[in-house]
Every structure is written in C-alpha cells, then in structure tokens.
Design a protein around this ligand. Structure first.
Ligand SMILES: Nc1nc2c(c(=O)[nH]1)N[C@H]1C(S)=C(S)[C@@H](COP(=O)(O)O)O[C@H]1N2
Ligand SMILES: [Mo]
Length: 429
C-alpha cells in the first residue's frame, strides 16, 4: 500500500478544511479533508451557538484537591476477565493500553496482580529486614530508606502470564486483555545494592530471597548478580508515593525481569547460597515443555510489541484516509532498536517510527501513519531489541516450547481490520 501521507501534510489539509465549507466534494479534497468529521460547516451549532462551558463560570481551584481525569474519560479504566480467576483477591486486572499514548502508564491505570489482595500498610509500621548471610542483620524503617542516595528510572513491568491465554490461538478480543499485564512508570528509590551493602553480603551469599508483607507473603529467589546490578528498592512511581495496589510503601524493582519477582510491600531480604525453590518459581511461573520437563528461572522478559490502535476495543471510526497506527514495544534485554509493521499478516513489512524517549528496559512508543483504503488488513507489529533479538511468530514459539506453556508468550499479535473499521483478534503465524 502506498504511503501518501507525505503529499498531504497538515498545512495543505488545513487549507482544504477551510475551503471545505464552501466547496464540498471538490477534486482537491482527499484524505482527512474529505472525511466527514473534519469539515468545518459554517452552520455547525458547536461553532455558531454559545455553549454552557463558555457561558457559565466553572468550579473553583479546590474542587478536587487530588485531581481526577475528565468525566468524559470514565471508561478509561482497568478491567478484569472474571472467568479467569475464582476470586478477586488472587487475581489480575489489565491496563487499558488502547486508551493510552506515550510510554508512561498513569498510576491509576497500572494493571494489578495480587495473590492475597492489597495490603494496607501505614508507612510508620513498615519494616524492611535484611538478614541471612550478611555481616550485620539490619532492619530499616521508611525514614531510613529515604536517606539512601536516590535514583530515578523508567522501567516496564510485565507479568510472565501476559498473553498467556493466547498460546494455543486467538482468544481475548482486545489488547487490554491480550497484552494489558504490562505497565511502564518512573520509579524513585535506591539501588538494592546500597541496602545490601549496608548489611554486608558475605562472599558465599549468591542468592537473595525477597518477601512481601501481604497476606500471600510472596517470595522469590533472585541471583545476587542481578540484585547488585540494576535492581531498585522503590517508594515512588511517577513522582508520587507508590499506590497501595503497587506495593505501598515499598517495592522491589527488578528491571526487565518477570513481574512476579518485583515483590510488593517488600518486608524481608534474606541472603543465601542457593535458590529457595518457592512456589512461585517452581509450580508457577515455569514453562511446561512438550517433553514434560518444566523450564524454570525464565527471568528476562523477551522482546515484544503490540499494536494498541487500531485494535478490537479501538476500531477505526473515521472511515478511510489518514490513519494513525500506534503501539508499544519493550524488551527485558535492553532498548528497542526497531519496530516493523505489516498490513498483510506478515508478508510485507515497513519500518515504524519510534517516538519519545528510549530508556533501557522501558516501553517504547511506535507509530505508522498511513492512508487506509478501506480494505481488509491483517495488522501485525514485530520488534527488534538492542541485543538483536527479533520478536518471534507464535508458530516459532510453539515449535520451540510446545503447546503446554502459559507464561512468557512474546509472539507476534495479529488484528484483522475489517472494511467497516472494526477489528478482531485472529492468529496468522
Ligand atoms: N507481595 C507481593 N508482590 C507481588 C505480587 C503479590 O501478589 N504479592 N504479585 C507479583 C506479580 S505475579 C506481578 S505480575 C507483579 C504485578 O505488579 P503490579 O500489581 O504493580 O502490576 O507484582 C508481583 N509482586
Ligand atoms: Mo505475574
């Protein structure tokens, strides 16, 4: 498909719109100018009549001491899939990726994954213990944590189960459900190594157990090398205190690695010489291969991307013509060096434009601006990371790992765009 957007930049469109009121349907009117919504009619009451918000004073400055989104954005919310889990306390809901842009997830929209509900911890009652193979066991209060040197880092967090329902074929109709177990925020905290060094890790201490203070007491083993590398103990997200759902007052940040290791409500760090083989790293978050052996310690989340718009929850409503296709890409191995987009189910690929900051192990935003001719398309995106890893097809994944897997599905997603602008989750591998 020819990309003709360059011939019709914003300036020429604007001229066409202004003319549009007088010369509807003129030969010069193509693309945006010809679409119904963009034509300024001189008789439009939204222009000619005084509107209430223009006539009356609005509410004053303190109407919302903690501001909320516009009332017209009330459908932009996390959503769950009730049949997925038996109970909301050990469950998950999903980030509305199709409603967002840029790379940062607003705090109130970060998906939640809890195994024992949300712990409500008064910060003055929170303790972080460091013990095990250390020179001096220590217990920190929140005030102590805030006296360590701070760093600000933007990272994605992806649950290893993200897209897990899609292993055997297309199932859930919307990127919120297929890919919404991911968020990307800026954390403020101190490097985990500062906390460990304060206690003094003994030479034989090769592993770290991190434990949460919630009812599930979530525990994971982390190799010391990673713990001393780029992990953070964080208390702020996007500039404000962690939300209760995200582990207030303290959480572990394990950049690029599966979300399960990012212990929320972090209360204990134990240094040891071997992994603890906890439930969450044996029975869960492992991948049952075709030969019956479970692959464990799949820590890094591999390169992945998804088109967020258009998508089943965000159909094209403007008809044919100028169309913005956009999506997110991320990799636990580093940055995203390239995203390609296919409109024909993977036969032909064009390079998308990455826009916005490119941070290590953070989400990247991509765009592909094209002129939709109204025909049926099979939309796909394929990301490549800074280590050279290319996002696989789902067939590639199944060939390597069999049909039993749930976790760690980073396969290419396909949306069928129908000529009425609606979309459906389909699989083309
Ligand atoms: N203490 C504790 N930490 C936890 C969990 C939990 O249930 N309890 N869930 C884990 C899982 S499986 C994931 S995917 C991430 C989800 O983080 P979020 O709720 O901030 O999105 O937290 C992890 N840390
Ligand atoms: Mo998870």
């Amino acid at each position: 498909m020819a990309d003709r957007t360059k011939e019709r930049g914003p300036d020429s469109s604007r001229r066409a719109i202004l003319k549009g009121g007088f010369a509807l349907g003129g030969a010069a009117l193509t693309g945006l100018a010809a679409s119904r919504t963009a034509i300024a009619q001189t008789s439009d009451p939204k222009i000619t009549e005084l509107q209430d918000w223009n006539r009356y004073l609005g509410v004053g400055v303190d109407a919302a001491p903690y501001g909320m989104p516009s009332q017209f954005e009330k459908d932009v919310v996390r959503r769950n899939v009730p049949w997925l889990t038996a109970d909301a306390t050990s469950s998950v809901n999903f980030t509305p990726l199709h409603e967002l842009d840029g790379i940062i997830t607003p705090n109130g929209l970060c998906f939640e994954r809890h195994h024992g509900g949300v712990a409500e911890i008064p910060p003055q009652d929170h303790r972080l213990m460091v013990h095990g193979m250390v020179d001096e066991p220590l217990v920190f209060i929140m005030e102590d944590m805030k006296r360590f040197p701070r760093e600000n880092r933007v990272y994605f967090l992806e649950c290893a189960a993200n897209s897990g329902m899609e292993w055997r074929g297309a199932q859930l109709n919307g990127c919120q459900y297929t890919h919404g177990m991911v968020h990307c925020v800026m954390y403020t905290g101190t490097p985990l190594r500062n906390v460990l060094n304060a206690a003094g890790v003994k030479t034989a201490g090769k592993w770290l157990l991190a434990e949460g203070a919630d009812a599930s007491a979530m525990t994971r083993s982390i190799p010391m090398e990673k713990a001393l590398d780029d992990c953070l103990v964080a208390w702020k997200m996007n500039g404000e205190a962690l939300r209760p759902e995200q582990g207030y007052p303290l959480r572990l940040v394990v950049p690029g690695w599966e979300g399960n290791m990012w212990i929320k409500w972090l209360r204990r760090l134990e240094v040891g010489d071997a992994p603890w083989e906890q439930r969450e790293e044996t029975s869960k978050y492992t991948d049952l291969l075709a030969n019956g052996v479970a692959r464990k310690f799949t820590w890094a989340m591999d390169v992945k991307s998804v088109i967020t718009n258009p998508s089943p929850q965000a159909p094209i409503t403007h008809g044919k013509g100028r169309t913005v296709l956009t999506g997110l890409a991320w990799s636990g191995n580093g940055t995203i060096s390239r995203v390609d987009v296919s409109l024909d189910g993977g036969r032909n690929w064009v390079e998308a434009r990455i826009d916005g900051p490119s941070f290590d192990k953070a989400a990247h935003r991509f765009y592909y601006d094209f002129d939709w001719d109204g025909s049926e398309l099979l939309l796909q995106s394929r990301a490549v990371d800074s280590e050279g890893f290319v996002q696989p097809t789902k067939n590639d994944l199944r060939a390597a790992r069999g049909e039993n897997s749930i976790y760690h599905n980073n396969g290419i997603q396909t949306w069928l765009l129908k000529s009425d602008g609606g979309l459906e989750n389909v699989e083309v591998s």
